[in-house]
Write a protein of this length. Sequence first.
Length: 333
Amino acid sequence: MRRFCPFLYTVSIKGSHADPAYRKAEYLMAQYPQWSYSQSRASMFDECLRKYYYHYYGAHNGWKAESADEMQVRLYRLKQLSNLYLVFGDLAHRMCESAVRSREEGKDKPREHFLEQTIRKLLNQAYVESMDADQWRLNPKNRTMLSEIYYGDDTLNDRIATIKERASACVGNLYQTLTWEDLSRASTDILEIEKWDTMMLHDTRVYVKMDLLYRRSNGNIVIVDWKTGKEDDFSDQLMLYASYVREHYRVPLEQIELRVEYLLTGTHREFTATEEDILKVEENVGRYIAEMRSCVDDEYYNRPKDVSYFTPMPSRRACRDCNFREVCSERIV
């Protein structure tokens, strides 16, 4: 059953705060993360169950250095590791957001040279921060540590060269996109920019975050996904977004346009969603949810089964960039 949820909710526990049963329930709920679903969670679930455990369960409460055990703290720190591709992807999305917000506020669009210089400056900042491991360990959530530096990867220089090329290409292509052509029209109405929201699907809170959502003069709503890497299939994610938009904005699927803008190549792909597409992706999400729930001993508290239940799935591709290779004995070196 699908239902739109306009806010993040928490499970309420009936009873007095002085009630021992209440305090026990409250304690148990704090011990484990709240249950939810996202596309990124599903991708990690497919990639490696042990990594999935470390990321979503083992690292929970690891920010409480005074009360968490040593492994929780260690996993929490490793969870915060980033890499050059992730940092660049985030900066490119912030570049797009900045340009769109300037348009929304009636300001001139940022100059390409300014955008590229800003991205390079922030990439350099991430590199410099990563050289100070002690400060990162003290505040891993708010400081950057590149996994290439943390693990001493020999791919660092090649990746820096690749990112420099990608930065120039993505900045140069932004204002040539079909999306920017639409945004240049005064009749285009921007609805959402990088906004987190949730919907309910199979009794589970599902996270939704669209890069950009706007309405054309003909009433159609366009969902835009900016991509800074190689072209790939993101249709399932977009279909899930279409389900959210139909529910939240009360528009038929025929009025929803789905678009992926590949900033690296300057190309784009467009989709439309049918009822069959929506049902298929919702059924697929349901299968993931059922499999994920089979990994917990207590669905109410989201208490996971023992770590041994989460079978490692080593591969050269997955292990090469895994944040948790430091603690995983099953990794492929």
